[in-house]
Design a protein around this ligand. Structure first.
Ligand code: GDP
Ligand code: MG
Length: 596
C-alpha cells in the first residue's frame, strides 16, 4: 500500500466515554463488519475485559474508506486505558500519526485522558477532538467544547459532535481522519524496521505480535531479528486485521498489522522492541526499548495448600500472554506455600487475581500489596525489599520509596477535599490549573505506597465520584518508614508485617491487633496479640483463655460422639497453622487479610 493513503490513529478516551462503541460504529460504517456479524464491543476479545468494560490488550484493525474517489486505509490502534499500562500506551501512540480525543459530553475530560493527551502531543500527533454521547439529555457539548478548546488552543467549533450510539457524526469523523491525520513517512529502501506495540498469546497460533512498519518491508518466510535480544525467528505469517487476521505478501512503510513466528511466550516478542530483517538488519532501533518494571508486589497463596501445583501452572500460563507479571516461590508460616508476584500496578494485580479465580478456578489469598523499598544499612549494603517480612535486621541508614507524579482532575467545589486527602497521604503539591471555572487540574508528588492503599476509593468518596486520577512513576525519595510486625504470643506472623510511615505505624498496629483478636478462636491459654517496631511494642490486644466449664464439655460422654469430635478435629488440623505454640485456623488469617 502506498503510504500516501495510509492513516494511523488511536483513540484517547476515559473508561466508559464510548471508545469501544465508537470503534464498533466505525467498523460498521466502513463495511468491514456487517450488521449481521456485529456484536457489541467487537474488538474487546477477552471476556473479563468485556465484563469490566475496560481494554487490557490493544488491537489494530484496518478499515477501508473512500474520500473523493480515492481509497484510503485507516488503521485504528486501540490503546489500553489504565495507568498501569502506560508504557504500552506510549508504544501505541508512537505507532500513530493522529489521535481522536474522545470525551463524553455529559462528563467532560478526565485525568487519564489528559495524561494520554499530553503524551500524544509530545509525540506530535494530530489531535481530532470528538465530543461523544450528544444524544444524551445531560450532554453539554458547548461547555466541553470550551474546555477542549482551551486545552488544545483551538476554536470550540473544531470539536466534532458524535453519538457512538446512534452513529451520528461517524462518517464525518472518518473524513476528518483522512483530511487531518498526516500520512506516514518512512524510507521504503532502508533496512526494514518495525516497532512492536502489542503482543498477545493465542492458544492456536502462539504469540501474535502487532507491529507498525517504519522503514523498508517485512516479508513472510524470511528470518527476522528482535533488536533488543538479537533473537531470530522465521516469519511464518504476516498480515493485517480487517477485522479478522488476513495474511498478506508483506507490510511496507507506515503499515500496521500482525506477525506470527511460532514463539510461545510473549517475552520473546516484547512491546517496544524493534523487528528487523535478519539478512539485512537495521542499525538503530526505532526507539529505546524499556523492560516493564513491576511496581507493586503481593504474596499470592492458594487457600487450599493442595492447590499449590495448580497455582504454579496457572501463573506459568498467565505469563505466556502477560510480559509484565513476575513471580517466584515463597513460603509463609501463616499461609503456607505461595508466590511473591510483581505487578505493574493495582489494576494489574486485581485483574490477575480475578483471572486466577475465573479462568483457573483457584481460590487464592493475596497479602497486602507492597511497593519496592531500597533499604541502605549502616554498613553500606543496599537491599531491595519487595516483601516486608524480608526487611533487613540491624541498623538502617536510609529507606527510599518510589514516588509518582499524580494528576487529579476535579470539579472546583472539591479542591479543598482533594488537598486534604493528598496532604494526609504525604503528598507535595506541584501546581494547580483551572481548565474552566468549574474544573481544576491538581498536580502532586505522592508516595506510590500511599496510592496503592485505597487512595482511589477515598478520592472518589470525597468528591462524590467526580474526581479522576492519573499517575506515573517519578523516581524515589527518602522517607521515615518503619517495619511493623504483628506478633502472636510473642511470635511473628510473617504475612502481616508491613512497611509504613512512622506516623501511620500505630494505627496499622491497632487495626491489625483488633482484627486478629476477633478472628482467632480462643484457646486453653491467654494469647497476647501485639504490634511491634523492632523490639518495641506499640499496640496490644489479648485473646482471653477459654473458660474451664467449656473445656469440660469435651470430656466424658459416649464413645461415638467422642470419635466424631476427634475426626472433626483431625480435619480441622489440616488447615491449622502453627505460629510458635499457637495453632490458628488458616481461615482466620485469610479473613484478616481480606476484611477492610
Ligand atoms: P469505553 O470504556 O470507552 O470503551 O466505553 P464503551 O464503548 O464501553 O461505552 C460505555 C457505555 O456508554 C456503554 O454502555 C455504551 O453503550 C455507552 N455509550 C457509548 N457511546 C454512547 C453514545 O454516544 N450515547 C449513549 N447514550 N451511550 C453511549
Ligand atoms: Mg472499551
Amino acid at each position: 500500500t502506498d503510504p500516501a493513503v495510509i492513516r494511523n490513529f488511536c483513540i484517547i478516551a476515559h473508561i466508559d466515554h464510548g471508545k469501544s462503541t465508537l470503534a464498533d460504529r466505525m467498523l460498521q460504517r466502513t463495511g468491514i463488519v456487517s450488521e449481521r456479524q456485529m456484536r457489541a464491543q467487537y474488538l474487546d476479545r477477552l471476556d473479563i475485559e468485556r465484563e469490566r468494560g475496560i481494554t487490557i490488550k490493544s488491537q489494530a484493525v484496518r478499515m477501508p474508506w473512500t474520500v473523493d474517489g480515492r481509497a484510503y486505509a485507516l488503521n485504528m490502534i486501540d490503546t489500553p486505558g489504565h495507568v498501569d499500562f502506560s508504557y504500552e500506551v506510549s508504544r501505541s501512540l508512537a505507532a500513530c500519526e493522529g489521535a481522536l480525543l474522545l470525551v463524553d459530553s455529559s462528563q467532560g475530560i478526565e485525568a487519564q485522558t489528559l495524561a494520554n493527551l499530553y503524551m500524544a502531543m509530545e509525540n506530535d500527533l494530530a489531535i481530532i477532538p470528538v465530543l461523544n454521547k450528544i444524544d444524551l439529555p445531560a450532554a453539554q457539548p458547548e461547555r466541553c467544547a470550551d474546555e477542549l478548546a482551551g486545552l488544545l488552543g483551538i476554536d470550540p467549533s473544531e470539536c466534532l459532535l458524535t453519538s457512538a450510539k446512534t452513529g451520528e457524526g461517524v462518517e464525518e469523523l472518518l473524513d476528518r481522519i483522512v483530511a487531518e491525520v498526516p500520512a506516514p513517512a518512512g524510507d521504503p529502501n532502508a533496512p526494514a524496521r518495525a516497532m512492536i506495540f502489542d503482543s498477545v498469546y493465542d492458544t492456536y497460533r502462539g504469540v501474535v505480535t502487532y507491529v507498525r512498519v517504519v522503514d523498508g518491508k517485512l516479508e513472510p518466510r524470511r528470518d527476522i531479528e528482535m533488536m533488543s535480544t538479537k533473537a531470530r525467528h522465521e516469519l511464518q505469517e504476516i498480515g493485517v486485521i480487517s477485522p479478522e487476521p488476513t495474511p498478506s505478501q508483506g507490510l511496507g512503510v507506515g503499515e500496521v498489522g500482525y506477525l506470527i513466528t511460532g514463539v510461545k511466550d510473549v517475552r520473546a516478542s516484547r512491546v517496544g522492541d524493534t523487528v528487523t530483517r535478519a539478512d539485512a538488519p537495521a542499525e538503530e532501533e526505532v526507539a529505546g526499548y524499556e523492560d516493564p518494571q513491576p511496581m507493586v508486589f503481593s504474596g499470592i497463596y492458594p487457600i487450599d495448600g493442595a492447590d499449590f501445583p495448580d497455582l504454579r501452572e496457572a501463573l506459568d500460563k498467565l505469563r505466556l500472554n502477560d510480559a509484565a507479571i513476575t513471580y517466584e516461590p515463597e513460603t509463609s508460616v501463616a499461609l503456607g506455600f505461595g508466590f511473591r508476584c510483581g505487578f505493574l500496578g493495582l489494576l494489574h494485580l486485581e485483574i490477575t487475581k480475578e483471572r486466577l479465580d475465573r479462568e483457573f478456578g483457584l481460590s487464592i489469598i493475596a497479602t497486602a500489596p507492597s511497593v519496592v523499598y531500597e533499604v541502605r544499612r549502616e554498613d553500606g549494603e543496599i537491599v531491595s525489599v519487595t516483601n516486608p517480612s524480608e526487611f533487613p535486621d540491624g541498623k538502617i541508614a536510609e529507606i527510599r520509596e518510589p514516588v509518582v507524579a499524580a494528576t487529579v482532575l476535579t470539579p472546583s467545589d472539591y479542591v479543598g477535599a482533594v488537598m486534604e486527602l493528598c496532604q494526609s497521604r504525604r503528598g507535595r503539591m506541584n501546581g494547580m490549573d483551572y481548565l474552566s471555572p468549574e474544573r481544576v487540574e491538581m498536580r502532586y508528588t505522592l508516595p506510590l505506597a500511599e496510592i496503592v492503599f485505597d487512595f482511589f476509593d477515598h478520592l472518589k468518596s470525597r468528591t462524590r465520584g467526580y474526581a479522576s486520577l492519573d499517575y506515573h512513576e517519578s523516581g524515589d525519595q527518602a522517607a521515615d518508614l518503619v517495619k511493623v510486625d504483628i506478633l502472636l504470643n510473642g511470635d511473628q506472623i510473617d504475612a502481616f508485617s508491613a512497611i509504613v510511615h512512622k506516623d501511620a505505624a500505630y494505627a496499622y498496629g491497632v487495626r491489625m491487633c483488633k482484627r486478629l483478636k476477633e478472628l482467632i478462636p480462643r484457646q486453653q491459654f491467654e494469647i497476647p496479640v501485639q504490634a511491634a517496631i523492632g523490639s518495641r511494642v506499640i499496640a496490644r490486644q489479648t485473646i482471653k483463655a477459654l473458660r474451664k466449664d467449656m473445656l469440660a464439655k469435651c470430656y466424658g460422654g459416649d464413645i461415638t460422639r467422642k470419635r466424631k469430635l476427634l475426626e472433626k478435629q483431625k480435619e480441622g488440623k489440616k488447615r491449622m497453622k502453627a505460629i510458635g505454640s499457637v495453632e490458628v485456623p488458616q481461615e482466620a488469617f485469610v479473613a484478616a487479610l481480606t476484611s477492610d
